[in-house]
Design a protein around this ligand. Structure first.
Ligand code: TXA
Ligand code: MG
Length: 313
């Protein structure tokens, strides 16, 4: 089979595949997702298999409207305010689940993660389907998320029935995950910040999650390319490190970009390109820790974390 045949813009075909329990890749504004019907246990099982993901990391339910979301989750006043302010958009709400939510979606947890993506193609699929899908990022577990149809093709190839091409993801890092129960806490930083949310709910939003909830990409090593990632705080430092590594005969790539929004859109492509070019060390200059810069720094930190079985440089 010619693998590029997988890539299509045919939304109706995508819906047909989903309805009969197939797996597709779907574009969103954050990253591409590996989607199937949330209600189909066999299809959801396959998503875990294809990703190589442990069941202890549950899936985000994607829906088309706040009304639909309320069938899956219990929204208190603040959750509703957040949903209305930021959906469709790059924010996932973690709320208590309703009895409709099957265990295979939440990994037996009593909460469910829900979002409405802000991407025309994803919204078309959800509206025609008139049902919820689950969609983890369409990469192998622990690896870098895909921000284009080609990235998905490289990672999952023929393991999905088709890849719906909606162009490059406009944001480029995964959604902000916000737990909203008696307290509001950010479990994974994204394009929408604690300050953005505080502005809406007029109460404190914590950025230091506590307690059990707290699976989301919270392992030390995640979003990891093959190359080692070294972090530093300035352009001058990055060049000094580069010089040392070059004298050791290592191939390096420097990521140093001041425009945070732009950096978010190219970050995962750069990490992937480094691997394609067999770069040994990626030297990345940390972003300012504000806005989407926090999400960038979070992903860089996880990409740079010591991986099991690897040596330090
Ligand atoms: O931007 C995004 O959120 C993308 C796009 C495709 O929508 N999706 C995404 O999904 O990043 P995923 O599965 O790669 O990351 C979701 C994270 C996982 O770490 C998962 O463990 C966590 O959310 N999660 C999902 N449901 C949860 C729950 N009920 N309790 C705690 N963590 C949960
Ligand atoms: Mg992911």
């Amino acid at each position: 089979m010619n693998k590029t045949n997988h890539i299509t813009q045919d939304v109706h075909l995508a819906v047909e595949v989903l309805r009969r329990g197939g797996l597709i890749a779907i574009p969103t504004e954050t990253v591409y997702g590996l989607a199937c019907l949330a209600s189909n246990s066999h299809a959801v099982e396959k998503v875990f298999l294809v990703k190589g993901r442990p069941k202890s990391h549950p899936l985000i339910v994607h829906v088309a409207s706040v009304e639909q979301a309320q069938k899956w989750g219990v929204f208190n006043k603040h959750a509703l305010q957040i949903a209305q302010a930021f959906w469709p958009g790059p924010l996932t709400l973690l709320v208590p689940r309703t009895s409709l939510v099957p265990n295979w979606v939440t990994g037996n947890r009593d909460t469910v993660a829900i979002r409405i993506p802000n991407h025309e193609v994803a919204l078309q699929v959800l509206n025609i389907l008139d049902d919820a899908i689950v969609a983890p990022s369409a990469n192998k577990f622990g690896k870098v998320s895909p921000t284009s149809a080609e990235h998905v093709l490289d990672d999952l190839g023929s393991e999905v029935e088709l890849i719906l091409d909606g162009g490059p993801s406009s944001i480029g890092v995964e959604s902000t995950i916000v737990e909203c129960s008696h307290t509001i806490q950010i479990l994974r930083p994204g394009a929408i910040s604690d300050l953005d949310i505080e502005h809406i709910v007029r109460t404190k939003v914590s950025t230091k999650p506590t307690g059990l909830s707290r699976a989301p990409g919270m392992m030390e090593s995640h979003y990891a390319p093959k190359a080692k990632v070294v972090l530093c705080d300035s352009s001058a430092q990055s060049l000094a490190i580069k010089e040392i590594l070059i004298t050791q005969g290592k191939t390096c790539l420097v990521i140093d970009e001041n425009d945070q929004k732009h950096l978010a859109t190219i970050l995962y492509s750069m990490l992937r390109d480094a691997d394609l070019l067999h770069v040994e060390v990626i030297i990345a200059v940390r972003s300012a820790d504000t806005g989407i810069g926090r999400a960038i720094n979070d992903r860089l930190k996880k990409a740079s974390a010591q991986r099991p079985g690897s040596d330090s440089i």
